[in-house]
Structures are given as structure tokens and as C-alpha cells.
Design a protein around this ligand. Structure first.
Ligand SMILES: *Cc1c(COP(=O)(O)O)cnc(C)c1O
Length: 388
């Protein structure tokens, strides 16, 4: 059996995959089992923030794997402490709780928010308002948090306590009650279609939450770690959330999640309130420390913005492109009279690995992609649009 046949035989059919089995990669290039080369502007859904097998990242990870590969949370871990220190000194946050994925980071934020409210106000003030078209993960609770009805099926009963709102302040006010402990947002909704929240709305929301002692949680699993030209996307909106979650791009290709909280929340979690066997693994943290070392540089981040603008301008000049929305290198492309999924499949056939978000094409290229690689990506898309 080949890779595809084995996958079909032995792996549960939870994914619709492209007809490509990737074998190796370098920078923005991936190679399949037959040696065919692809230009990748998806970076494993924003995970490979420095592209495939970045030299410094590989060195950091392999060196750590050969030194000590895992320890339980009974012991202190130098790489985790270093990573937490970096995250807290580079941001307005005071403490971190590590996990292994975006959904888990959100689970942690939900637990912190509910416990903060429980400790201060007692039982019953536990509702969390989330936004329509959001995506917060695949666990039963984060599916509940996800504001899309299509995700609320099969797996009943879902976790209670989530209310959904449109992304405007009146709708949030209508969804909030004296039982609300938090509002959870993505400043740019990724899976929901690269929807950039209105800046005034986000600022009004921050002020409203402050008035009511409602915690504002930013899910930055996709938008964080330089993706939008800032370390965290909320910086583009001139607010500071009480909790922020990170995952995808943080590890540079290894599984990690992080939930960061402000000073006011730093002692909410106490021994035995949360934990995870694999969280803050030293190999993973070594990779994340390397990623932050590269990304947290003003020049690097300003290049992410410039590349985003450059790409947007080029995309807008293509026939068949109706509109482009982006913040940095998080890019959604609305097409004219074409099915985005169909075009994505054709792009892959033409050597460009690109993904979709709802009815849009989506690009999340490695943050260190070059201008000439961006040119090449646009050329392949142009050719594909002409052919279809
Ligand atoms: C991908 C994603 C998640 C889920 O992350 P996993 O690592 O797949 O659990 C949650 N929130 C947002 C905004 C995401 O983009």
C-alpha cells in the first residue's frame, strides 16, 4: 500500500486532504514523495513560522533532543522557564500556563476566567460570550465556544455556558448578563474567513468589559507570534486583553500552546487546578525560544507588514480577484465567480500549496518568505485563475 492507501485504511477519516504526500521541505519549498517541488504559502496553517527546517531552529531542537527530551512537571524545566520569561518580558502579561495545542490553551483561558469569577463572586457567574464565525478548537468545550452552528452537532451534550454575539457592541451587550464572566474574541477570525474585527468595536468592548469586571480573552492561536506584523495581534487594536492564548506559530513546527494572563489573574490557578503531561516539553520549548528570538525584532516584524502590503497589492491586480483582506501575512482572497476550494486544488496541481477559509483562499506564508517567493506565488495563482 502507498501512503494514501494506508492513510485511508488506518487513519480515521477526519480530514479532507489534498492529493499530495509531503516528504521533505526547506524554507518555503516542500517536496512530495515523487520529488515534485511545491511553493508553500500555508506553512502548515501558520505553524512553520520560519518555514521548513530553518537551520537555527533545527539546531536548537536537535541539540535539546540529544540533551534531555522530557521531564515531568514534578521538576523545573530551564527551557520552559526561559520561554515564559521571554513571553512575559515581551508582552504586558505576568504569567504563562503551557499546553500542547490551541484548543488546550483556550481550555486553560476558560478555566482561569471561570475560576477568577468563582473566587470573587461565587458560583453561577460562569457564562462566556464568543463571536459568530469564531473558531476556538475541537475539544467538546472549545467546540461549544466556537460560534458556528455547524460545529454544534453529534457530540452532545456540549459544555454549557456559552453565548454568541455579532461583532458589534450592542450585540455583545445584549448577550452579556450578570452571569457573564468573560468575552472571548479573535481580533482577526482565521477559520471564519479572515474577518478583521472593527477597531472601534474592540476598544468599546475593552471598556465595557472593564466596567463590568468581565475578562476579555483574545484567542491568538492563529494571529499571534508575528503573523500580523506585531508579536500579538491585539497590539494593532490598542488594547490589552486579560488573557491571551497562543499556539500555532509559537513552536515553529512542534506542538505547543500557551495561555498568558495579566497581573490581576496571576494567582488564580493554584497547584492541582490544571496540568498536562506533555506541556512545556524542553524540546518544544527550545524550538519556541528560537522562534521568539527571530520574530521579536522590530525590523523582522516591520518586514512582515511590508510583505503583507506588497502581496495584497499584487493580488488585487489579478483578474478574478474581487477583494483581499489582510493584517500582515494573514491573508484572505475573495474570488469572483469561482469556488475557492476548487481553485486551491488546481493551485496545488500547479505547484502552490494554498488553503481556504470559508469561501476565501487563504495565505499564511512563512514569516520569512522572500519577495521573489511572493511574486512566484502570485504568478502561480494568476496562471491557475486564467486556466479556470
Ligand atoms: C487553529 C486554531 C485553534 C485550535 O488550535 P489546535 O492547535 O488545532 O487545537 C483555536 N483557535 C484558533 C483561532 C485557531 O486558528
Amino acid at each position: 500500500m502507498n501512503t494514501k492507501e494506508k492513510d485511508s485504511q488506518y487513519i480515521m477519516h477526519t480530514y479532507g486532504r489534498y492529493n499530495v504526500a509531503l516528504k521533505s521541505g526547506k524554507g518555503c519549498r516542500a517536496f512530495d514523495e515523487d520529488g515534485r517541488e511545491y511553493l508553500d504559502v500555508s506553512s502548515g496553517i501558520g505553524v512553520n513560522s520560519l518555514g521548513y527546517c530553518d537551520e537555527g531552529w533545527v539546531e536548537a531542537v536537535t541539540k535539546q533532543a540529544a540533551t534531555i527530551q522530557h521531564m515531568s512537571n514534578y521538576f523545573y524545566c530551564p527551557q520552559a522557564s526561559d520561554l515564559a520569561e521571554k513571553l512575559c518580558t515581551l508582552t504586558p502579561f505576568s504569567r504563562v500556563c503551557f499546553s500542547n495545542s490551541g484548543a488546550e490553551a483556550n481550555e486553560c483561558a476558560i478555566k482561569v476566567a471561570r475560576k477568577y469569577s468563582f473566587d470573587k463572586y461565587g458560583k453561577g457567574r460562569d457564562e462566556i460570550v464568543t463571536l459568530r464565525d469564531s473558531f476556538h478548537g475541537r475539544t467538546v468545550t472549545t467546540l461549544s465556544a466556537t460560534g458556528q452552528d455547524v460545529f454544534h452537532n453529534y457530540f452532545f451534550p456540549f459544555t454549557e455556558g456559552f453565548k454568541y454575539s455579532n461583532p458589534d457592541i450592542d450585540s455583545v451587550k445584549a448577550a452579556v448578563s450578570d452571569k457573564t464572566c468573560a468575552v472571548l474574541i479573535e481580533c482577526v477570525q482565521g477559520e471564519g474567513g479572515v474577518n478583521i474585527l472593527d477597531k472601534d468595536f474592540v476598544k468599546q468592548l475593552r471598556a465595557f468589559c472593564d466596567e463590568r469586571d468581565i475578562l476579555l480573552i483574545a484567542d491568538e492561536v492563529q494571529t499571534g507570534i508575528g503573523r500580523t506584523g506585531k508579536l500579538f495581534c491585539f497590539e494593532n487594536f490598542d488594547i490589552t486583553p486579560d488573557l491571551v492564548t497562543s499556539a500555532k506559530g509559537l513552536g515553529g513546527g512542534l506542538p505547543i500552546g500557551a495561555c498568558l494572563c495579566t497581573e490581576k489573574l496571576k494567582d488564580v490557578m493554584q497547584p492541582s487546578t490544571h496540568g498536562s503531561t506533555f506541556a512545556a516539553n524542553p524540546v518544544v520549548c527550545a524550538g519556541a525560544n528560537y522562534v521568539l528570538g527571530v520574530v521579536c525584532d522590530e525590523e523582522f516584524l516591520s518586514e512582515v507588514n511590508k510583505k503583507g502590503e506588497y502581496l495584497k497589492k499584487k493580488l488585487l491586480s489579478l483578474e478574478g480577484v474581487r477583494s483581499v483582506r489582510n493584517l500582515g501575512l494573514m491573508v484572505g482572497i475573495e474570488l469572483e465567480d469561482r469556488d475557492a476550494h476548487d481553485i486551491a486544488l488546481k493551485c496545488v496541481e500547479n505547484g502552490l500549496l494554498i488553503i481556504t477559509a470559508k469561501s476565501l483562499l487563504r495565505m499564511l506564508p512563512p514569516l520569512n518568505i522572500s519577495y521573489s517567493e511572493l511574486d512566484e506565488a502570485v504568478e502561480i495563482l494568476e496562471k491557475t485563475l486564467k486556466e479556470n
